[in-house]
Design a protein around this ligand. Structure first.
Ligand code: HEM
Length: 410
């Protein structure tokens, strides 16, 4: 039996559905299918036809995603990792040094030590830096009234912020962009070489960069000296923290920016309402995050036999938490399939299901997006697509490679 094509997702037999193949995501997350799964099979056994991925459970309702996320002692990020393919991005042993692969009590200790990097005070000073980047980019684009949104705005802004946090020279941004792109694509690629190579190259680069700053006043020095209950980060832990920042803080914010601008271009009345009343922007950012949910899923592994909604889950089973689905669950927001920045958005799962791995950079991402949309709505009028939109979709990432725009400078 072959897997149903995307066009058949609203009628196909749910037993034949397979979310392990990138083809299901070529036009973005399959939201029609997620709606059916939430209604008819919220705990769905996915029989994988992808030779590199085993069978897994798809968890699609917001309440269940939250429950699994909050039970870190029963549902582990460490056991088989956070992707559907446990060897994605290289060896699990290497990746397990990252905060997102740790379970309590290891995770609790590590997170306490690294969160000093993201207190509201430490990120607030980045606002002026982000604004200066965004205004320079938009001023330059205003000269021609055109830009490729992804290459010119969505990509460089978060990349500049990460470069700054790492204390890396601005001339190295291209390298950081390249490693992120290779990890993104490599997670779904048959050959894991792409990811491994990128990880190894980056590890070598970071070792020199980070260890050279340990005694200084940059973020690296702050973290190296951070102490909780007499405990400090080891050099390896410090390195792996900066490694995760390169991946976690980069294409996520990029894809939220792209999706948000695209949606506002398609809803000019909402763009005008934001331009007329910028106090609506923080709420608009939440709607953009909810609507786009840039990371489709992360995985957990059951450590004991258990059940969800009466469906038995065996110890060792992999569960995929589909945040893309949870963010559009009608139980948390009526009309969730509609993009509407003007209604209040209280809850979404773009930053995860609210457990202890909840996105550490959420405050920073919100700050970047607020500044980007404040400046965009202030400076850009009447944006129109001037060429084909090119998506960049994998089973994991919901994003874009190119969005050509023309506009009238305000
Ligand atoms: C729109 C932008 C972003 C999105 C959509 C996003 C999404 C996520 C998600 C879904 C998780 C996993 C949550 C869970 O497992 O419960 C996560 C974790 C994480 N994110 Fe983000 N993220 C974004 C921006 C950032 C930024 C800017 C940074 C830092 C510069 C960052 C750093 C992290 C870290 C370190 C973790 C792991 C936390 C832990 O395991 O305790 N993220 N993010």
């Amino acid at each position: 039996m072959t897997a149903p094509t995307r066009s058949a997702f609203d009628t196909c037999d749910l037993d034949s559905v397979d979310l392990s193949v990138p083809e299901a995501f070529v036009d973005g997350p399959p939201h029609e299918l997620f709606a059916r799964l939430r209604a008819q099979a919220p705990v769905h056994r996915n029989h994988s036809r992808n030779p590199y991925v085993g069978d897994f459970w798809s968890i699609t309702r917001a309440a269940d995603i939250e429950m699994v996320s909050k039970h870190a002692t029963l549902f582990s990020a460490h056991e088989r990792g956070i992707w559907m393919r446990s060897d994605a991005a290289g060896g699990l042993d290497l990746m397990r040094n990252m905060v997102i692969f740790k379970d309590p009590p290891d995770h609790t200790r590590y997170r306490k030590l690294v969160q000093v990097a993201f207190t509201p005070r430490t990120i607030a000073h980045l606002e002026d830096y982000v604004r200066a980047r965004v205004t320079t980019i938009l001023d330059r684009a205003a000269e021609t009234g055109s830009m490729d949104l992804v290459k010119d705005l969505s990509l460089p802004v978060p990349l500049a912020v990460i470069t700054d946090l790492l204390g890396a020279p601005a001339s190295d941004v291209g390298k950081l962009a390249d490693w992120t792109a290779r990890l993104d694509t490599g997670v779904d690629a048959p050959e894991l070489g792409i990811c491994m190579e990128a990880m190894m190259e980056m590890a070598g680069y970071l070792e020199e960069l980070i260890l050279g700053q340990i005694k200084g006043d940059s973020l690296v020095g702050l973290l190296a000296r951070a102490e909780v209950d007499g405990d400090r980060l080891t050099e390896d832990e410090l390195l792996m923290f900066f490694a995760i920042l390169v991946f976690a803080g980069n294409d996520t914010t990029r894809n939220a920016t792209s999706s948000g601008v695209l949606a506002l271009t398609e809803h000019p009345d909402q763009l005008q309402a934001l331009a007329a009343d910028p106090s609506r922007i923080p709420n608009a950012v939440e709607e953009i995050l909810r609507w786009s949910t840039p990371l489709n899923y992360f995985a957990r592994t059951a450590l004991e036999d258990t059940e969800i909604r009466g469906v038995p889950i065996a110890a060792g089973d992999l569960l995929l938490l589909w945040y893309a689905s949870g963010s559009r669950d009608e139980e948390i927001l009526p009309g969730a399939d509609r993009f509407d920045v003007l209604r209040p958005v209280e809850y979404h799962q773009a930053f995860g299901g609210g457990g202890r791995h909840f996105c550490l950079g959420a405050g920073l991402a919100r700050l970047e997006l607020k500044v980007i949309f404040e400046e965009f709505t202030r400076r850009v009028r009447d944006p129109r697509l001037s060429g084909p939109v090119v998506r960049h979709c994998t089973t994991w990432v919901n994003g874009y490679d190119s969005i050509p725009l023309t506009f009238t400078p305000a």
